[in-house]
Ligand binder design. Structure first.
Ligand SMILES: Nc1ncnc2c1ncn2[C@@H]1O[C@H](COP(=O)(O)OP(=O)(O)OP(=O)(O)O)[C@@H](O)[C@H]1O
Length: 299
């Protein structure tokens, strides 16, 4: 089996809002597949339709090359869905929560093993309301695994966490992949998509605007370096160097770093405008999104 899930021309609107506007993709067995996009792009709606939690207006979802409905009993037993940690009962303990969800399935993963795997041993008998944000998120992913699923859906698994807690979750997700699970992830953090994904689909206004692995997406920019600096006349630089103004800084992409740097400094002398705090970096997924939409992922 090549495609563990295939989605064809999925559509969903809420009133006038086309939340999902003709989305198609396939997910290969064993990969980490990401939907990356800004807030409101349609990631959660897409994911929840595939999980069988929301109704689609149109389109097709095919699981394991033969099941057409996510509501199918066989599918429910074979997928794991990360719930929002806010949907847990605050007064249950970690162990009680896992046991409760585990009771919903025929097949189940050893709950104590899940607690160790997700580094929750010390919190096993603590109530949900006593957990930190990172611990709650780890529990939310552990809950998605109670039925030992083949496919795990993670919706923004690290939103609101500090970098250390985020990295801990990234490592756990990579371990799940090593165990052979297929992971479908939504995120608006480009670092998260870059670090974890085998395949990334960038989504904006309900449509997939580009897809590929990190290398392919960055190569599609056809630029080798990005020069970032501050200036007292960003508009003039922007117009003359085809740059972008982001967070009050100018960003100029180039294939000839030396020449562009030289030209920037010459231009600043000629026009008597400042150039400060120059930073040079490789292009990233943010640049891909920016070049396609003219907006930042973080806006
Ligand atoms: N139940 C709903 N009723 C009405 N509009 C909705 C509903 N759910 C989502 N929307 C709208 O559909 C669009 C897509 O929302 P969705 O939550 O799928 O995006 P998202 O990419 O997951 O965003 P976020 O990262 O903010 O969760 C948005 O414009 C949102 O306001």
């Amino acid at each position: 089996m090549n495609n563990i899930i295939e989605v064809k021309n999925l559509k969903k609107h809420y009133g006038n809002v086309k939340a999902v506007d003709g989305i198609s993709f396939f997910v290969k067995k064993g990969e980490i597949f990401s939907l990356l996009g800004p807030n409101g792009a349609g990631k959660t709606t897409t994911l929840e339709i595939i999980e069988g939690l929301r109704k689609k207006d149109d389109g097709e979802i095919i699981y394991f090359e033969k099941y057409y409905s996510p509501e199918d009993f066989y599918i429910k037993e074979r997928i794991g869905v990360q719930l929002q940690s806010s949907s847990f009962l605050e007064n249950l303990t970690v162990l009680e929560t896992l046991k409760m969800f585990s009771g919903l399935y025929n097949k189940s993963y050893d709950v104590n093993k899940l607690i160790s795997k997700f580094l929750l041993n010390e919190k096993k008998d603590s109530k949900i309301k006593e957990l930190s944000g990172g611990q709650k998120q780890r529990l939310a992913i552990a809950v998605a695994l109670v039925n030992d699923p083949e496919i795990v859906f993670l919706d923004e698994p690290t939103t609101g966490l500090d970098p250390q807690a985020r990295h801990m979750i990234w490592d756990l997700i990579l371990e799940l992949k090593k165990e052979g699970k297929t992971i479908i992830l939504t995120t608006h953090y480009m670092e998260e998509a870059e670090y974890l994904s085998d395949t990334i689909h960038i989504i904006d206004s309900g449509k997939i605007i580009v897809k590929g692995n990190v290398e392919e997406l960055i190569k599609s920019l056809k630029k080798e370096s990005v020069i970032i600096f501050q200036t007292n006349n960003p508009e003039l630089f922007k117009n003359n160097f085809n740059g972008i103004i982001l967070n009050d800084k100018l960003e100029i992409s180039t294939n000839d770093l030396e020449k562009t740097l030289f030209d920037i400094l010459e231009f600043s002398k000629q026009k008597d405008i400042s150039v400060d705090n120059i930073v040079i970096r490789k292009p990233n997924l943010e640049d891909v999104f920016l070049s396609l939409t003219g907006r930042s992922l973080r806006e």
